[in-house]
Design a protein around this ligand. Structure first.
Ligand code: TMP
Length: 235
């Protein structure tokens, strides 16, 4: 039914406060309006196990975690997510919009925490078989601006405080951004750069353009084909 079509696994990446989750939700609406089967999901999380890992991962009351512990947690969540949710959905022809994936681990644990990249590649091989998204939208903006915007958001894990990664300093987020930019420069065919320093509408136009060809595959589709319902997370 979808012969010749390759873009099914689309990830949304960027700093906390970059607006990616809001735009993922908007994009899900576009696919639904086009009658396309679409699933919005998120990492860490997306399964019962993953959501449990997510709350431990973000909870500052659990104490400091080093980058390796963080790596093992996010890859455990990711493997379960791939097996239980992502791969079955793609096999059904569903467009999967995923809020963060392995690029986050290279950016946050690799560039942010300093976990050696070759160790991350080994963990990735073990956990996902080096699964790479078909397309990645990178929401880029200076960390100062991301922080300003992020402070207006409420995270789901904590009753009223900042979560463990919110508490990191600007130098950490500058390294994370650098990691993302290097990844995008290495794989220009997969990445679409979204400048999210402007207004929400300016960003939305870029997101629409970055997905226009995928949406076009479904214009004229007969109807909705069983989109199932994992929900996205904020951020
Ligand atoms: P979110 O708020 O965008 O859902 O992301 C949760 C936090 O987890 C965010 O600060 C980034 C962090 N994170 C990592 O450090 N490594 C990862 O592999 C993933 C997926 C998220």
């Amino acid at each position: 039914m979808f012969s010749g079509v390759t873009t099914r696994f689309v990830t949304f990446e960027g700093l906390d406060g970059s607006g990616k989750s809001t735009h993922l939700s908007t994009a899900r609406g576009w696919f639904e309006d086009a009658g396309a089967p679409v699933l919005a999901t998120h990492e860490p999380g997306g399964t019962l196990l993953g959501d449990g890992i997510r709350s431990l991962f973000l909870d500052p009351s659990r104490g400091a975690l080093d980058g390796t512990v963080e790596t093992l947690m996010v890859f455990a969540s990711r493997r379960q997510h791939l097996l239980e949710v992502i791969e079955p959905a793609i096999a059904r022809g569903t467009v999967v919009l995923c809020d963060r994936f392995t690029d986050s681990t290279f950016a946050y644990q690799g560039f942010g925490r300093g976990v050696p990249l070759e160790l991350l590649r080994s963990a990735d091989a073990l956990a996902t078989g080096e699964r790479v998204p078909d397309r990645t939208l990178l929401f880029d903006l200076p960390p100062e601006l991301a922080r300003e915007r992020g402070q207006g958001q409420v995270r789901q894990t904590k009753p009223g405080g900042v979560d463990r990664l919110d508490a990191e300093d600007l130098a950490f987020y500058s390294r994370v951004r650098q990691g993302y930019l290097e990844a995008a420069a290495r794989e220009p065919d997969r990445f679409r750069m979204i400048d999210s320093s402007g207004s929400e509408l300016e960003t939305e136009v870029q997101v629409r353009n970055a997905l226009a060809d995928v949406l076009a595959e479904f214009s004229g589709a007969a109807g909705v084909i069983g989109a199932s319902g994992a929900s996205g997370a904020g951020g």
